[in-house]
Ligand binder design. Structure first.
Ligand SMILES: *Cc1c(COP(=O)(O)O)cnc(C)c1O
Length: 394
């Protein structure tokens, strides 16, 4: 401890990294086995089987040894060939970011971009695919976290599949917190991670790769091999008798194993329901407190993150700093285009508990009141959040 040490937060209600489940923290303290220890090889195969179960997938997953940005960049590098036209769907900062990778590998990047408080319409995607039959790959960010909005992935996936195109889906901050499954959306590469709704620390990427995507990667002479960006290097790593391309992150695999046990034992429906209820209570609370949601319509607001528009004249960074120091509550800022305009409350994994919505509403409304914002009613916000929780309890 130094004189300037900052006290730990009382509660971390961010949009990732998130507070890990206690069982995950215990798993992180396990002995670090040699990666070719038969016990680790068996565990690695079992963890892959658990991911496949959680994915409801007909094929084994691929686990890449780096946080999900690795999975996303690897998807672009592997699936997109030099001659490809790519349609990138942009409703926020992550969708936009994927386009920079796609442009690096594609012949041409076509973007459909909507305001960052709106979502992509499946009809608009169908219209572009009809006009541009040369498009080979479509990329979608399901939950653009810096906006807290959910794109209609099922409808968009159906349109992309009907047109016979390959689909890349970033479901990093939605998988595990709501119903979004790789084969149900028709994803050819589906990227998620353990560090959002599964309640793990950052460190791994979890991918589903379809048979069509494996074929395309095999035919793409520029797809990375013997590389940190390679997906194909890891294709058979889930088989206990296959070598690893390089040493997997043993402790992160232990953590993921524990997180999947938590998820599968509680049951996905129950996990999704508590994410949804927490977000519903939070939305009711912030609006009753006198604030606006960032999302243009409440029905596109995410069940895993509530983005709250910050009133004119309030310095968002100062607001979060005040909430952190006065109440010990850590919240997330916006990013890039949404930075300074909104504050985000995460409902992910351990923090997808309805009572945390009350904490978040009290903290954000209390912080704004302390900064002199007009028209803020902390009590009304707290009461509204509680009402949603109590009604759901029956
Ligand atoms: C968190 C997240 C990622 C991974 O990026 P980070 O470096 O962990 O921020 C990718 N896509 C989305 C939509 C995310 O929310």
């Amino acid at each position: 401890m130094t004189a300037t040490a900052i006290p730990d937060p009382v509660v971390t209600l961010t949009t990732g990294p998130v507070d890990a489940y206690p069982a995950v923290l215990r798993a992180l303290s396990k002995p670090v086995f040699y990666d070719y220890d038969p016990a680790f090889l068996a565990q690695y195969a079992a963890v892959n089987a658990k991911v496949q179960r959680a994915f409801h997938s007909s094929l084994p997953p691929v686990i890449l040894q780096g946080e999900p940005v690795l999975g996303l960049e690897a998807a672009a590098a592997s699936l997109i060939a030099k001659g490809d036209v790519v349609l990138n769907l942009v409703s926020g900062v992550y969708g936009k970011g994927f386009g920079y990778w796609a442009a690096r590998y594609a012949k041409e990047l076509v973007e459909l971009e909507v305001p960052y408080n709106e979502v992509i319409s499946a009809q608009a995607v169908a219209d572009i695919l009809a006009k541009r039959p040369d498009i080979a790959v479509v990329s979608l960010c399901h939950h653009d976290t810096p906006s807290g909005t959910i794109n209609p992935a099922l409808a968009i996936g159906a349109v992309v599949k009907a047109a016979g195109k390959l689909l890349i889906v970033d479901a990093v901050s939605s998988f595990g917190g709501m119903e979004i499954l790789p084969e149900a959306v028709g994803a050819d590469i589906f990227v998620t991670g353990p560090n959002k709704c599964l309640g793990c620390p950052p460190g791994l990427s979890l991918l589903h790769v379809s048979a069509a995507a494996w074929d395309k990667i095999a035919a793409n002479r520029d797809a990375p091999v013997a590389s940190i960006l390679s997906i194909s290097d890891w294709k058979r790593a889930h088989e206990a008798d296959q070598p690893f391309p390089f040493t997997p992150s043993v402790s992160e695999i232990n953590a993921l194993d524990a997180a999947l046990d938590v998820y599968l034992a509680e049951g996905e429906q129950a996990v999704w329901a508590r994410h949804a209820l927490t977000a519903r209570a939070c939305r009711a609370g912030v609006q009753a407190a006198g604030l606006r949601l960032w999302a243009a319509h409440e029905d596109i607001a995410s069940p895993t993150c509530t983005a709250v528009a910050i009133p004119e004249g309030i310095d968002e960074a100062k607001l979060r700093a005040l909430i952190r120091s006065r109440y010990g509550v850590m919240l997330s800022s916006g990013r890039a285009e949404t930075l300074g305009k909104l504050t985000r409350i995460g409902h992910m994994g351990t923090t997808a508990r309805p009572i945390y919505a009350v904490v978040a509403v009290a903290a954000i409304a209390g912080g704004l009141q302390a900064m002199g914002a007009k028209g803020i009613d902390v009590g009304a916000g707290v009461a509204a959040a509680m009402r949603v929780i109590d009604l759901a309890a029956g």
